[in-house]
Design a protein around this ligand. Sequence first.
Ligand code: PLP
Length: 404
Amino acid sequence: MFKINDNYLKLPGSYLFSTIAKKVSEFQAANPDKSVIRLGIGDVTQPLAPVIIDALHGAVDEMGKAETFHGYAPDLGYEFLRTAIAKNDYADRGCEITADEIFVSDGAKCDSGNIQEIFSVDNKIAVCDPVYPVYVDTNVMAGRTGTYDPKTEMWSDVIYMPCTADNNFAPELPKETPDLIYLCFPNNPTGATITKAQLQEWVDYANRVGAVIIYDAAYEAYISEPDVPHTIFECEGARTCAIELKSFSKNAGFTGTRLGYTVIPRDLKCGTVTLHSLWARRHGTKYNGAPYIQQRAGEAVYSPEGKVQLAKQVAYYMNNAKVIKEGLQEAGYTVSGGVNAPYIWLKTPEKMTSWEFFDYLLANANVVGTPGSGFGPSGEGYFRLTAFGTYENTVAALERIRKM
Ligand SMILES: *Cc1c(COP(=O)(O)O)cnc(C)c1O
């Protein structure tokens, strides 16, 4: 008789987005005349840039001719893309990462979920609270997190690092020593960042205690301030303690197209074993490569026209972020984020819970956001709005919020 992986049964239901959808459809059914504006989703809305569409068309045509047809891609990605990444994302920033330390994939969600596989089940993870849920849930599935306490909404074997207004939404070095540390900056959901000096402290700490930092840099393209690191490999010593995850979803609108990559420096070792060799083995065994068409589209992201067109797209969303942030501030809200990230994190007024504010905002402004408590217990009393809507909807939403 087969048995299931009953770690899956330990996962508490993910009610966040299904509850939001249910509440919105109930509201819409009761108020058919009201137009609801959604600023809750973490998905982009602008179409792919012309340079990306051209690259996709070109690659599709190549697939239709015997001479230029491409079958299985190399496990670790095409050389043309890995070289473009190594040059533009690392060498041009003075970081020492070679093309063969880059593993191309179909996105950062998969990589952030799969990476835990190359570590022992005994390893202890540390996560920010609030957090992108993938990091914790995939470790639950692997049996690495102990037991769940529904009262505290915490796992017994996970180290939580609260990120609240008290520490400017930047985690502090944990008291208990972790083996794996998940960091994401600029952050989803808080929109916060840390400075290069602060990240250097984490790198020094990880090297000192023998931990690995899994650094999610999905929102790197949104950085506008000079002191914020674009990659963890700007920090000295990161080559012996850090893995970096990147995505083409938020900088280039590839959420539906799918492309990402993971960097594992060859200096990152457990004894004499490189993590690079384990991840290469995993890729080779379980993955058959991101599609040629997508990798050509990814290459276009780094072309001169690509850089111009995508900077415009990011600027479009960041203008929305400014509209949201300033609009909320004028209306008397306490807000953070929105400067180096497309997320605005606001303190709910009058001690409302995150869900109370969700209902209040939906009923009075017909605007949908995301309750902070859905990202972890320290998110209670906060609320996330995203800059990924259209400009027109963003302006209209803020007009309604101001009138509330
Ligand atoms: C959107 C997002 C990603 C990107 O995931 P893809 O699978 O590449 O689309 C990764 N990490 C975080 C925190 C995100 O919000």
